[in-house]
Ligand binder design. Structure first.
Ligand code: ARG
Length: 456
């Protein structure tokens, strides 16, 4: 094609270098559904407002339907010289209906068009991610109910700290993911304003019915400032931030799965369906799904930073830098929702070694705080109790024993407030004692799982 045939060719004398053509190409072919939906709504409105002849509007709408069929059937040959999806759709429309196709771009710029497409994509991707988050939360709630009373060690600094229940531990992720779900919803709500009618940057001299277009495309309203509408990519940054935060949560959970599946922890066995083997070491069963979820966090964070840096310093309004947004959105979306989904399938398939977790929960002096609390209940200031129990731990460690394996005489010598029942302190008692809202007592965990389910 000569530059005279390009949508903007009239102003150009010499033709574009192929280098430029390839360098500036936007990878947006996958957006034909969105582009056509936006174009149909725009054309209908142009016809109804008498801005273009009604017959042309009808021809455009019918022609766009045929163009859509050609895309769906995989019949469209991509022509790099046409630049992007917007110009492709218009050129294909021209093949279908001839000259009337030239009226479609009345009162529209690719700048407000691409802003529209991106908002539509972000809306969809937010829905997908929110749904996938819900599936994972639901799986976590089921597991939490099943394991509301099963102890495991709780950690700080990856040192055994205090017993918690497996249900409580899993619900921690449930809470994170609920916030993620809500963030995706809020992001969607902010993205849900239609920019069409903003033109290239200054609005439009035609009597457009922007609200009608917005309604037809399922938007809650229209944008209020034309410059902002074509230049803003907050909604995309927000989407990437939502993905990044969710991926951070998933990556932490992934790391736990990797740890749990190790011989050192041996808290869980990986189901074959979600593990991979080693090409060399026959005994290996690797948590590759979790590792990739952890590793791909880098890609998602990268896209967030990518777009933030991209926007920084861009003067109003549209600049071609903005074309980079689509790949960022697509790349992040390609990680987060699929990770949420595979985790929702994988977690219920983990085989927890509950006896081993229970044993670990009691080891490593995990009940030391409870012994200190015992003294506090008998009247001792906590700081003093802490020191007394610290001495007991030192003694137990020297003897190669756990706290409950020390003879009562050792306790008695450490404080006169101890009674023999101190030796009855066990993991279940420690769990049951944490019976306040947000605590790990089995009854509270059940309550919390049901509350989380209700929030879905
Ligand atoms: N392909 C462009 C993008 O994705 C569409 C807008 C182009 N506008 C322009 N004035 N070159 O951002």
């Amino acid at each position: 094609m000569s530059d005279g045939e390009r949508t903007w060719g009239g102003r150009f004398e010499a033709s574009m270098s192929d280098l430029t053509r390839d360098y500036t190409a936007g990878a947006d072919r996958d957006l034909y559904e969105h582009d056509i939906a936006g174009s149909v709504a725009h054309a209908r409105m142009l016809g109804e407002q008498g801005i273009i002849p009604a017959a042309d509007a009808d021809a455009i709408v019918a022609g766009l339907a045929r163009v859509r069929e050609r895309f769906r059937a995989g019949e469209v040959v991509w022509r790099p010289e046409l630049e992007d999806i917007h110009t492709h759709v218009e050129a294909l429309l021209r093949e279908e209906i001839g000259e009337a196709a030239g009226r479609l771009h009345t009162a529209r710029s690719r700048n407000d068009q691409v802003a529209l497409l991106n908002r539509m994509v972000v809306r969809e991707q937010c829905d997908r991610a929110a749904e996938a988050a819900e599936a994972l939360i639901a799986a976590l709630c089921d597991l939490a109910l099943a394991h509301a009373a099963d102890p495991m060690p709780g950690y700080t600094h990856l040192q055994r700290a205090q017993p918690v229940t497996l249900g409580h531990h899993l619900l921690a992720y449930g809470e994170m993911l609920l916030r993620d779900r809500d963030r995706f919803r809020q992001c969607r709500a902010r993205a849900n304003a239609a920019p069409l009618g903003s033109g290239a940057l200054a609005g439009s001299p035609y009597p457009l019915d922007r609200e009608a277009v917005a309604r037809e495309l399922g938007f809650a309203g229209i944008t209020r400032n034309s410059l902002d509408a074509v230049a803003d990519r907050d909604f995309a940054v927000e989407f990437l931030a939502c993905c990044a935060i969710a991926q951070a949560h998933l990556s932490r959970l992934a790391e736990e799965i990797v740890l749990w599946a190790s011989a050192e922890f041996a808290f869980a066995r990986l189901p074959d369906a979600f593990a991979t083997g080693s090409s060399m070491m026959p005994q290996k069963k690797n948590a590759d799904v979790a590792e990739l979820a952890r590793g791909r966090a880098g890609r998602v964070y990268g896209e967030l930073l990518n777009l933030l840096v991209n926007l920084k310093g861009q003067p109003l309004a549209y600049n071609r830098d903005l074309q980079e947004d689509k790949a960022a959105i697509r790349n992040a979306a390609a990680v987060t929702a699929p990770t949420l989904r595979i985790f929702a399938a994988m977690l219920p398939a983990l085989e927890f070694d509950l006896p081993r977790m229970r044993e670990a929960a009691a080891g490593g002096f995990a009940l030391a705080t409870d012994v200190a609390d015992y003294l506090v209940r008998a009247g001792m200031p906590f700081r003093e109790a802490h020191a007394v129990v610290g001495g007991l731990v030192r003694e137990a460690e020297a003897r190669g024993r756990e706290l409950h394996e020390l003879p009562f005489a050792v306790y008695e010598a450490a404080s006169a407030l101890f009674r023999p029942d101190v030796l009855e302190l066990d993991v279940d008692a420690a769990l049951a004692a944490r019976d306040i809202p947000g605590g790990t007592a089995p009854a509270r965990v059940r309550e919390a799982a049901l509350a989380l389910r209700r929030d879905l």
